[in-house]
Design a protein around this ligand. Structure first.
Ligand code: GCV
Length: 846
């Protein structure tokens, strides 16, 4: 296995060197779904193709396409391929439709292939196999080559290959929130591929590998820097660096874009103002655009975050987003660039006591009145929901509110509010729900559906431009750090290409290419992926409550009150009587009225509001009955127990794949899923005990607040350990835990309990807080004999013990009898005080 990997690595390095002039790097695109191209996996398709690949033209992307096919055919077909190739020497011809028409006038080429589209065809000509990859244009050729390889790698029957396809959306970009110092805002996979120490990195081989990965799923643009933009990236030196990035991505048809700070003319340009209406400001941007295009002739455009979360904006001068966007658009227009102006504009100093204040309203309130005022090369980029990438939100009403403006939808691949890649959460089902959502934006008489996917494709309102943008957050740690999280990046590309694909179909495709074509693997992993988002919603914040996390900090673990009593406006308004935000027109903030009439009525009325968004639109008592017949409070209890059980199930399902997937990958994912199952319990217990205390209403199933088999650390016989109050209280069982003198690395502490139950075999879980800045050691002893030792060496958020870092270590099958002692010994290390919450005994499964 190791030898094979090394060979592949050398092969790819050679291939990249040919394609883009780069040396081999430790991060390759073959570490993701393209690894299928490096496996012997298409035996049945083998006779269809030969090694002969001929590009008709000399275009760079056509050359990339031909190289991809040679590389893919060679790796997909093993040595026996050559024998067949010898006895049946066929050819694969790669070119634009125009080139093919000229060279093969008798080919039944479709009369028109849409921009960036392709036609794949197989026939026999004079006893030889002829395979055709015809692109509408250069990008189409490349996308066609990758599509052909995908069909092969997923074992599709290509006997009658005759396939035409094109992307639904013209703008298909990833946004990276990378800073010049190499850090990545909301990135969970290490340092930047693009920047280091204030500059563009010298080694851009990983950037070329990333562009190849993006191209393989049809992504055509990459915005490389944080939307909280560093103005210095526009200076002459940095632009030269950015031009090198553009060079690295160009062989893959991925155009470079950048985020800009609208105050740049003042901050770095020496002007006294950045008023977008000022002629000097307009001239500054025009000159800057000329400078950029001189270095990067195919520069894609600017992304803008302004008047948002502290970023400067046109409001400083009484100007509108349209004024700012159009000034930038005018500068880019002569060169063919576009402006993606973000609708994520809101006041984060809202008065939380004001029942009419509502962050969800902001985008529509600000942008709807400007509809039709944006230049033709401006696209308004709107987050999928009205708040901020929560685990569950309604669709943004702004999509229906801009009929004379180009639109793009922004989604998040990096799992900011959805488990930060430590939790398996496949987001395609959520994105699909948004894409398919019919906003009923046309008048009733027309009775025409207007699903989001058609609006952003420009179809519904006849707009020339539109797209989908994903905040990707890739870094140098295996792209997204977690192998299964890569399904989200893959799914984004596939949905931006074709929003009609199904989430399950994409999951299957990804699994086949990344893991195996073994039907058991495909079935199991697809099932796991499809279960993961509903499970996460269940254990974090169901009924439209949003992710009940620390919204002012990590956005990771549970912290229910963090949303309240501040100006950020992510409120759920829970009190002792009820929960939910009244956004109705009748009695609330009026947000529901921003939707077209049919949808507004759906959400406005309690009787029709769907359960899964009830608390986003309505404030109801805990005893309110859902359509399902359950009360709200009972649903909160039930969904959290169900969600935690579903999270555990993911690990059980994965365990069945032992021996069917790569052993190292198996173990990596196994450990991640075990962690997730433990953290889902932290979420479950935090939310359940919080709402039990707040509502005072017991769980009809008797679970909330009762934990059979749990032994609290604060109730143990403590030696060295001190009891402390965890903040927020709901993040620890009973609100308390114990800590071992932070700062001291000499001493150990211990917590001891005596077992009083019946004799039996048990799984023993120790719930501890794994803090950064030190590696505490723990030992579990039974009657003084160690049965397990482990290190608190994870890198989890928060510098203090709370739900961000509460972690579970489980030991299986320990025999206990009454009178036995159980002891956890914790040894702190630097800033990690070996804090402990409880141990929990459950009867061993076998
Ligand atoms: C780049 C959220 C994130 C911020 C991000 C912002 C945005 O608030 O937490 O990190 O800033 O969205 O999308 O601009």
């Amino acid at each position: 296995m190791l030898k094979k990997r090394i060979n592949l690595f050398i092969g790819l390095g050679f291939f990249l060197a040919l394609a883009g002039g780069f040396s081999a790097s430790s991060q390759t695109s073959d570490q993701a779904w393209l690894q299928a191209l490096s496996r012997d996996s298409v035996e049945q398709a083998r006779p269809a193709f030969s090694l002969q690949v001929r590009a008709l033209g000399t275009g760079a992307l056509e050359q990339s396409a031909a190289l991809e096919l040679r590389h893919g055919f060679a790796n997909l077909t093993s040595a026996s391929f050559l024998v067949d190739a010898h006895s049946n020497p066929g050819e694969t011809i790669v070119g634009t439709a125009k080139e093919l028409r000229k060279a093969y006038p008798n080919l039944p080429l479709p009369s028109a292939i849409e921009p960036e589209g392709f036609w794949l065809y197989r026939t026999r000509s004079q006893g030889h196999t002829l395979v055709v990859v015809a692109g509408a244009d250069q990008r189409g050729v490349l996308y066609g080559a990758f599509a052909l390889l995908r069909l092969l790698a997923t074992h599709q029957n290509l006997a009658h290959l005759n396939h035409i396809d094109h992307p639904a959306l013209p703008v298909r970009w990833v946004d990276e929130w990378d800073n010049p110092d190499g850090s990545i805002e909301r990135g969970y996979a290490g340092r930047s591929l693009f920047f280091e120490g204030g500059h563009v990195r010298a080694d851009l081989a990983p950037v070329a590998a990333y562009a190849r990965l993006l191209a393989s799923v049809g992504i055509n643009g990459c915005n490389v820097n944080n939307v909280n933009a560093a103005p210095e990236l526009l200076d002459a030196d940095h632009l030269k660096g950015l031009a090198r990035i553009a060079d690295a991505m160009r062989p893959w048809g991925v155009r470079l874009a950048m985020s800009v700070d609208v105050s740049s003319p003042q901050k770095i340009g020496g002007l006294s103002t950045f008023d977008p209406a000022d002629p000097a400001v307009k001239a500054w941007w025009a000159a800057k655009a000329n400078e950029i295009y001189a270095l990067i002739p195919d520069f894609a455009g600017f992304t803008v975050k302004a008047d948002s979360e502290g970023q400067p904006g046109p409001s400083r001068f009484g100007r509108t987003p349209a004024d700012a966007a159009n000034t930038l658009a005018a500068a880019l227009e002569p060169h063919g660039g576009v402006v993606l102006y973000r609708a994520f504009v809101y006041n984060h100093h809202l008065d939380w006591r004001d029942p009419k204040a509502d962050r969800a309203r902001a985008a529509y309130d600000i942008f709807h009145p400007l509809d039709g005022k944006f230049a033709p090369n401006v696209i308004i980029q709107t987050k999928e929901g009205p708040i901020d990438f929560q685990a569950q939100e309604p669709v943004s009403p702004l999509f229906a509110g801009l009929r004379h403006t180009n639109q793009a939808m922004e989604i998040e691949v990096t799992q900011e509010y959805t488990g930060q890649q430590r939790h398996l959460v496949y987001l395609a089902p959520m994105w699909k729900w948004v894409l398919d959502f019919d906003l009923r934006a046309e008048t009733k008489s027309e009775n025409r559906s207007t699903p989001v996917e058609e609006i952003i494709a420009g179809q519904s309102f006849h707009r020339p431009l539109g797209g989908m943008v994903a905040v990707a957050g890739v870094g140098r740690d295996g792209w997204l750090a977690s192998p299964l999280a890569m399904a989200n990046l893959y799914a984004f590309g596939r949905l931006a290409w074709n929003p009609n694909l199904t989430a399950a179909g994409i999951a299957q495709e990804w699994t086949r290419q990344t893991l195996s074509n073994d039907p058991v693997v495909v079935r199991t992993v697809t099932k796991m992926l499809m279960q993961s988002w509903p499970a996460y919603v269940n254990y974090t914040g169901p009924l439209g409550m949003q992710t009940l996390t620390d919204i002012t900090g990590s956005h990771y673990g549970p912290n229910i009150e963090a949303s309240e009593n501040n100006g950020w406006g992510q409120w759920h308004r829970a009190d002792h009587l009820g929960v939910g935000m009244d956004r109705t027109v009748a009695t609330g903030t009026g947000y529901a009225g921003q939707y077209p009439p049919e949808i507004a009525a759906l959400y406005e009325n309690l009787a029709t509001c769907p359960d899964n968004l009830l608390l986003f639109f309505h404030h109801v008592p805990y005893t309110y009955k859902l359509h399902s017949g359950q009360t709200v409070i009972q649903y909160i209890y039930d969904s959290h127990y169900q969600g935690a059980a579903e999270a555990a199930e993911l690990g059980t399902e994965w365990a069945t794949l032992k021996g069917r997937v790569d052993p190292a990958l198996f173990e990596d994912v196994r450990a991640r899923l075990a962690y997730q199952a433990g953290h889902a319990i932290v979420w479950r217990d935090a939310i359940v005990q919080y709402f039990l205390k707040l509502s005072g209403i017991p769980d009809t199933k008797g679970r909330a607040g009762r934990y059979p088999g749990r032994m609290e650390a604060e109730d143990a016989r403590l030696s060295g350990y001190k009891v402390f109050d965890v903040i927020p209280w709901e993040d620890a069982s009973g609100g308390k835990a114990v800590t071992c003198a932070p700062g001291s690395s000499e001493r150990s502490c211990s917590a001891m309990w005596t077992y009083t139950g019946k004799p039996g075999r048990f799984d023993i879980a120790a719930q501890y807080f794994d803090l950064q800045g030190g590696v505490a050691q723990f030992t579990l002893m039974v009657n003084g004999q160690p049965v397990a030792s482990w290190a608190g060496d994870a890198q989890l958020p928060s510098p203090r013990p709370d739900g961000d870092n509460s972690t579970r270590h489980t030991v299986h099958g320990i025999a206990l009898k009454p009178g036995d002692t159980l002891r956890v010994q914790g040894t702190p290390d630097k800033d990690d005080p070996a804090a402990l919450d409880y141990i929990e005994l459950t009867p061993a499964a076998n």
